[in-house]
Design a protein around this ligand. Structure first.
Ligand code: GTP
Ligand code: MG
Length: 370
């Protein structure tokens, strides 16, 4: 039978890896996220977590959440979600600022990104691109580990005067592990000591082969400072996005992911949500992580109040019971009673109740699967 790692299974189920590990432990199989489990155990877990399983073939487990899957005719094109990654100080925030035509970096404490920013840029042809800025790689892997695989494309920023550095290499590894296509932005090309060709050679050593060197990874020399070649970068993102044929159903209850969340003195808990599918509206009742609420206000990335936010749109949500965690899923539900129920479930209340009574039923399920 085919094996799958616990982490990968959690990803496909959009559940927390830690919850799977806990459940497995209770079943008498102490394993870690990176260890593999066999297909029978995987199926058992899937059922246990209330998902439906579809075995496409012996080697491919495809998991769907019970209510889920949008019919093909409901799908409409959506903007790509692009995560900017790279080593400290290589110019991620500057590049994003240049792309936005604004200047957030100078407003940040010490010019270091303290959080993940999420912004949507409308480019010349009117199409949109959603950008996520990361403070290093941690947020990315954290979100991936929690099943929030929300990035379509990674833009890897490498400073041409500094070359590949530890966090560049980690970003490469995370991107490969996530199976996300990468575009390399060789930045700071304005500097006299810039050596873009050396960057390409170093990339080669990490099996990132750019087009010039016979590979299929797109690269582009840019200067965030001088705003050089930004159009070319945008074109490459659009080209890559076209290949991915990104689609989502905007006409359903919204689902999204927490990009960042905080307790705001004046406004209470605030979460930046990236809408995955559906449309989030003021007045919607929702569950987010172990919290719940009703959308009191939606604020877009330009600070404007909006009434709704569709697929791939980042939006600040007000009206949450508490502060959810980064990577937590947001789901719109039919009413507040249901929201509290699901939130309680996610908080582990129901989970715990079930695991106390579990051994006997798990045992019988296990044998039934054989
Ligand atoms: P962290 O968020 O701390 O990881 O850094 P970052 O990757 O977001 O880098 P940031 O945009 O803050 O830029 C770091 C420094 O590099 C700043 O002093 C920028 O002004 C400078 N810088 C960024 N892009 C360029 C560029 O294209 N050319 C030159 N000469 N300097 C740049
Ligand atoms: Mg930054």
């Amino acid at each position: 039978p085919e094996a799958i790692t616990v982490g990968e299974l959690a990803n496909r189920m959009a559940e927390r890896g830690a919850d799977l590990v806990k459940a497995l432990f209770k079943m008498g199989s102490p394993v870690t996220l990176t260890q593999t489990i066999d297909q029978d155990t995987a199926e058992l877990l899937v059922t246990e977590f209330g998902h439906r399983i579809k075995r496409v073939s012996e080697s491919d487990i495809d998991i769907q959440s019970t209510e889920d899957v949008d019919a093909p005719e409901t799908l409409q094109p959506r903007p790509p979600v692009v995560t900017i990654m790279g080593h400290v100080d290589h110019g991620k925030t500057s590049l994003l600022d240049a792309l936005r035509g604004t200047d957030v970096a100078t407003g940040e404490a010490g010019g270091i990104t303290q959080h993940i920013g999420a912004y949507q840029v409308t480019v010349k042809d009117g199409s949109k691109i959603t950008f996520l800025d990361t403070p290093g790689h941690e947020a990315f892997s954290e979100m991936r580990a929690r099943g929030a695989n929300i990035t379509d494309i990674v833009v890897l920023v490498v400073a041409a005067d500094d070359g590949l550095r530890p966090q560049t290499i980690e970003a490469i590894n995370h991107t490969k592990a996530a199976g996300v296509p990468m575009i390399v932005a060789i930045n700071k090309i304005d500097k006299p000591e810039a050596k873009p060709q050396k960057v390409r050679e170093e990339l080669l050593q990490h099996e990132v082969i750019v087009e010039d060197m016979g590979g299929d990874v797109q690269d582009v020399e840019v200067s965030a400072l001088k705003k050089t070649n930004l159009d070319a970068l945008i074109e490459k993102i659009q080209l890559q996005a076209e290949l991915l044929e990104l689609r989502a159903n905007p006409d359903r209850d919204a689902e999204g992911t927490v990009v960042e969340a905080k307790l705001d003195k004046g406004r209470g808990p605030v979460a930046t949500i990236l809408v995955g599918r559906g449309t989030l509206r003021v007045g919607d009742v929702f569950v987010v992580g172990a919290e719940s609420g009703k959308v009191r206000a939606l604020i877009d990335d330009k600070g404007r109040n909006v009434k709704e936010a569709g697929p791939s749109t980042p939006v600040e949500v007000l009206g949450i019971s508490g502060v959810p965690g980064a990577g937590d899923p947001l789901t719109v539900v039919e009413n507040e009673a249901r929201a509290r129920e699901v939130a309680a479930y996610r908080a582990g209340v129901i989970q715990q109740k079930r695991t106390t009574a579990a051994p006997a039923s798990l045992e019988s399920m296990f044998s039934a699967l054989r």
